[in-house]
Design a protein around this ligand. Structure first.
Ligand code: ZN
Length: 139
């Protein structure tokens, strides 16, 4: 069976304060974020920078229950996840779950930037939170 993994889509970075992180990344990348978006399913506020074919996603918690809050309190700010673009998210979720990987959600969720997303738990991936994402077709 052919893999539907296509490329790294973005790298997610957990931040305490999205305003100051946007200023910081604007200086580093010499560009401006193209989008800010709340993602209710994850309890986060996101900000996106385009870097060639890839993106940087800044993530700030919107509440103490957000996974970003617990991540920062345990590990501090920094790289939170690596996101891969796949062309068939359901198929990859099926395959990975059958191979013993632990999926955080059973079905794809609506993520930021018009994507279906699913996460693999870092306990089965050698410590890195992995996100799969597939663009939601525009109607
Ligand atoms: Zn992400």
């Amino acid at each position: 069976m052919v893999s539907t993994f296509q490329r790294i889509e973005h790298i997610g970075i957990a931040v305490n304060d999205i305003d100051s992180a946007e200023i910081l990344y604007s200086k580093i990348l010499n560009s401006k974020p193209y989008k800010r978006e709340e993602v209710e399913s994850q309890g986060v506020l996101t900000s996106f920078f385009q870097v060639g074919d890839n993106k940087i996603e800044l993530l700030q918690a919107m509440s103490l229950e957000s996974p970003i809050s617990s991540f920062i309190s345990q590990k501090g700010e920094g790289i939170h996840h690596i996101a891969y673009l796949v062309s068939d998210i359901s198929r990859e979720m099926n395959r990975l779950s059958k191979s013993g990987f632990s999926l955080i959600d059973e079905k794809p969720l609506k993520g930021a930037d018009n994507m279906w997303v699913a996460f693999l738990h870092p306990k089965t991936t050698g410590g890195t939170l992995i996100e799969l994402c597939q663009p939601i077709p525009l109607k």
